[in-house]
Design a protein around this ligand. Structure first.
Ligand code: PLP
Length: 493
């Protein structure tokens, strides 16, 4: 299978090359030239498999340069004891028509692990396939969870280095501590004096700097991305939509072939886009509900067909969704139009004026498959409290945004269709906000919140978070946005 750029000004590449280079030379994102189709027999076969085999079967359809044994080996190593649930991504059934897909049983307690525990293995295998001898240097801008998950995924992987930038005041204390205490000889963590979009724009500028590329090449390095724009991040996420569907069928609550909705807490549009691929492949998905927090640029886009990032930026208690530029949306725009020139026009307009209007045809095409919704920070906290009181189920702030958006939609429409809510983080990762949602006023900060939440709810905290307070802090540096490239140069000297 070949991969093409969403801007159609770069040659097509293989899947392994798309994973190695991350972003196309024309600035576009790689998408598969065509989407593989599956039938009911394929889904039925998946229902009899464990997670790692489901993942290998789905990935094999996209990465045809990898043999079946190779992918089985990679998924077996990636989804193992590093996850604290044998199901890897267990489906928690809440009621007759609602299930929660828990994507946070990996080493960093957030859904990014689903992709980032496997992506470094896909990348190093891809490097071998292409005879690449330089050291790949992963550059990441993170709103919190990606950074830690990428660091964990790449730490001490031979032939790789990784540098993570995070917004100085845009991540939780626990997230900051998780990154600052990162182990590994090939890692660096640096704060940026700005918000997430500043950090992401800074990283994009470094990627676009051809002179800097030559300098690094001379030192034996080349840059790649582990951000959710990398196809190696997106492809593994497609698998858990299939897995959730199979688990619901296996539980006897959904008939094979019956369509179910998915409600996804969305930031960069990667998670939900994987669901769109699953749907296009033939998984019986009704609609994809795109849930935003107060940074509701996507909800407005789906309703109006106008993407407009000129609006106040809100720091919310679901910081991993505090995003005004959703990179992966570019893939959807290209896949729905097949028109790189049109996509280039939108991206140019986004850069110059922060806004683009896709017109009525494309707006309708988006609305045919996506429903947007958003909720306030206050509504998100109410939802955490309500679910804990009514169902004894504890969820984090990001998941609660999706859960609340789904509740509101069902109330407005007066019907309840079967829906899977994607749960993207452990509640212990955002302990302060979760405690306050449960009505607890606390002076504690950072890791002490983890213990306090465990004591209050009687739920055991995940091991990586329970031990965080005792780890040694290694990284305390911060830089101005303008100095990010200098910092990269120093790390790769
Ligand atoms: C990254 C993240 C999201 C948003 O996912 P996207 O793929 O960026 O849309 C939601 N919740 C949590 C906890 C995350 O870490």
């Amino acid at each position: 299978m070949r991969y093409v750029s969403t801007r159609q000004q770069s040659p097509s590449v293989t899947g392994s090359q798309a994973i190695i280079y991350g972003i196309a030379p024309d600035g576009g994102l790689y998408v598969p030239e065509s989407i593989p189709a599956v039938d009911v027999a394929f889904i039925r076969a998946l229902c009899g498999m464990d997670y790692r085999h489901r993942a290998a079967a789905v990935l094999g359809l996209y990465l045809d340069e990898f043999s079946e044994e190779e992918l089985d080996g990679i998924t077996a190593a990636s989804y193992a004891a590093n996850f604290d649930s044998p199901a890897v991504a267990p489906l928690h059934i809440l009621d007759d028509d609602t299930a929660v897909l828990e994507l946070w049983h990996g080493p960093t307690c957030a859904f990014k692990d689903m992709a980032l525990q496997i992506m470094p293995r896909l990348l190093t295998a891809s490097l071998r396939k292409n005879g690449e001898e330089r050291t790949v240097s992963i550059l990441v801008a993170t709103s919190g969870d990606t950074g830690k998950a990428a660091l964990e995924g790449f730490r001490d992987v031979p032939g790789t280095r990784i540098m993570v930038f995070y917004p100085r005041d845009g991540v939780s204390q626990v997230q900051k501590l998780q990154m600052a205490t990162q182990e590994g000889a090939n890692v660096n963590v640096t704060a940026v004096d700005g918000n997430f979009d500043d950090a992401q724009t800074g990283v994009k500028r470094i990627f676009a700097d051809r002179d800097f590329e030559k300098v690094l090449d001379g030192r034996g390095y080349f840059l790649s991305s582990a951000n959710s724009i990398n196809w190696g991040r997106l492809a593994p996420q497609i698998a858990y939509y299939f897995s959730a569907y199979c688990d619901w069928v296996n539980a006897g609550l959904v008939q094979m072939g019956e369509s179910v909705d998915f409600c996804v807490p969305t930031g960069n549009f990667g998670d939900i886009l994987a669901g769109w691929y699953a749907k296009r492949m033939g998984l019986p998905v009704g609609r994809l509900i795109c849930a935003s927090n107060e940074n509701n640029v996507l909800a407005d886009f789906i309703a109006e067909g106008v993407y407009d990032k000129n609006r106040p930026f809100h720091l919310t208690s679901s910081p991993s969704m505090d995003i005004l530029v959703s990179s992966n949306l570019e893939r959807l725009l290209f896949c729905l139009t097949g028109d790189g020139a049109r996509v280039r026009g939108y991206m140019r307009a986004l850069t110059s004026s922060g806004r683009y209007d896709v017109g009525e045809d494309l707006r309708r095409a988006v609305q045919a498959e996506f429903t947007g919704g958003w909720c306030s920070d206050r509504a998100c906290r109410e939802e955490i409290g309500r679910l804990w009181q009514e169902q004894g189920y504890l969820m984090d702030t990001h998941t609660a945004v999706a859960s609340r958006v789904l509740d509101d939609l069902r109330a407005r429409e007066g019907v309840r269709r079967p829906c899977v809510v994607l749960s993207t983080a452990s509640p212990f990762k955002f302990g302060g906000a979760v405690l306050s949602a449960l009505g607890v006023v606390t002076d504690e900060t950072g890791p002490a919140l983890v213990d306090e939440l465990a004591a209050l709810t009687g739920i055991g905290a995940p091991a990586p978070l329970a031990g965080l307070g005792k780890k040694q802090v290694r990284f305390t540096e911060w830089v101005a946005v303008a100095d990010m490239e200098k910092a990269v140069s120093a790390f790769l000297s």
